[in-house]
Design a protein around this ligand. Structure first.
Ligand code: PMP
Length: 370
């Protein structure tokens, strides 16, 4: 039995592969998974939903009350002109990315992706028959996808730009002029922007700008995994222009029918309930970032403080060797090459682990360097 060529053209993510190598006393700094518990008010909302027997299919697009709350949030926080009719509730941002690429990308279409970038982007584009056009995000530009660099790769085959700010794996955050510039490119060249804003709330002293504020040609993608520590709920959403709703809904309907009803109840509470847990989590992540950046620099590995997400992406001479040696010391990291060819020369460290685990990991890495 032969798998399809589509599937043969993609590989498992390097992050997952590293995770499988975790030994018993290893500490994983490999996964993009916050160690915080889901806030109690959200867990209570699920228990209530269960007691009310909200255990059936919902509308394909998602329950109206949740879509209203999402539209409200996008207007308030992101200045987007949207409405509940333009929202589709998805199985995480992951499904939203798959849905957007399947609905819009044709065989031979080129899609610009940041390199280094999130491991899944290339696979989604390939599964849709498209061609990835990796655009280098440079350390000297604070790992920002700049309009100038993107413009060099736009041609008549370009269909879409995949944007991700704050960025995984670098922690880079786009400036207002970057976002505006990329929106202008999309507008002028009739391209669509897939804007993955999953780390929107995990940002330190910088401001998040959504491209959907500057052009209609945007599918905004977001979710609850990161800001509300809800990775296992598998819940996210998109906001899209009216003309794209039907194509997107076709993919969504045939792949998942709808997101889990209980997860939708949880998401509604996440958006409409108290928000203090988000602030507390971000403050704690900032404390962890400051710890690891300081310790890494003391080891002689130069690393600036990233302004968003929960990753460091430092440069070392031989990251493949460094990652293997770190693994022998019981610290799981990911080589930067897993995130694209321009990630070579770097490794990714996720500081979403507990403060004490991070201290222990820094001690272990320090003994390795010595
Ligand atoms: N986009 C990025 C940039 C991510 O890092 C992740 C999760 N690691 C996702 C999307 C997927 O998020 P979700 O759990 O909502 O599917």
């Amino acid at each position: 039995m032969k798998p399809s060529q589509r599937i043969e053209s993609i590989d498992f993510s390097g992050v997952r592969k590293m995770f499988e190598l975790v030994k018993e006393d290893s500490i994983s700094l490999a996964l993009g998974e916050p160690d915080f518990d889901t806030p109690t008010n959200i867990k209570d909302a699920v228990k209530k939903a269960l007691d009310k027997n909200l255990t059936h299919y919902t509308s394909n697009q998602g329950i109206l009350e949740l879509r209203e709350a999402i539209a409200e949030k996008l207007k308030r926080d992101n200045h987007l002109e949207t409405s509940p009719e333009n929202i589709i509730v998805t199985v995480g941002a992951s499904e939203a990315l798959l849905m957007a690429t399947q609905a819009l990308v044709e065989n031979g279409d080129e899609v610009i992706i940041p390199d280094p970038g999130f491991v899944s982007y290339g696979a989604y584009v390939n599964l849709a028959g498209g061609t990835n056009v990796p655009v280098k995000v440079k350390e000297e530009d604070e790992f920002r996808l700049t309009p100038e660099n993107v413009m060099e790769h736009v041609n008549q085959n370009t269909k879409a730009i995949l944007m991700n700010s704050p960025n995984n794996p670098t922690g880079g955050v786009l400036k207002k002029e970057d976002v505006k510039g990329l929106a202008e490119i999309a507008q002028d060249h009739d391209l669509v922007i897939f804007s993955d804003e999953i780390y929107e709330k995990i940002i330190y002293g910088a401001k998040h700008y959504s491209p959907g504020r500057y052009t209609e040609n945007v599918i905004t993608i977001n979710g609850f995994s990161k800001a509300y520590a809800m990775t296992g709920f598998r819940i996210g959403y998109t906001s899209a222009p009216s003309e794209l709703l039907e194509p997107l809904l076709k993919v969504h309907q045939y792949s998942t029918a709808c997101a889990s009803s209980l997860s939708q109840a949880a998401a509604l509470e996440a958006l409409t309930g108290p928000q203090d847990s988000v602030g507390m989590m971000v403050n704690e992540l900032k404390r962890r970032r400051d710890l690891v950046v300081e310790r890494i620099n003391l080891m002689g590995i130069k690393c600036k403080k990233p302004r968003g997400a929960y990753y460091l992406f430092p440069h070392v001479d031989d990251p493949e060797l460094f990652v293997v040696q770190a693994l022998e010391k019981g610290v799981v990291l990911v080589p930067g090459s897993s995130f694209g060819s321009h990630g070579e020369g770097h490794f990714r460290l996720s500081y979403a682990a507990s403060y004490s685990d991070l201290e222990e990991c820094m001690d272990r890495l320090e003994s390795l360097i010595k």
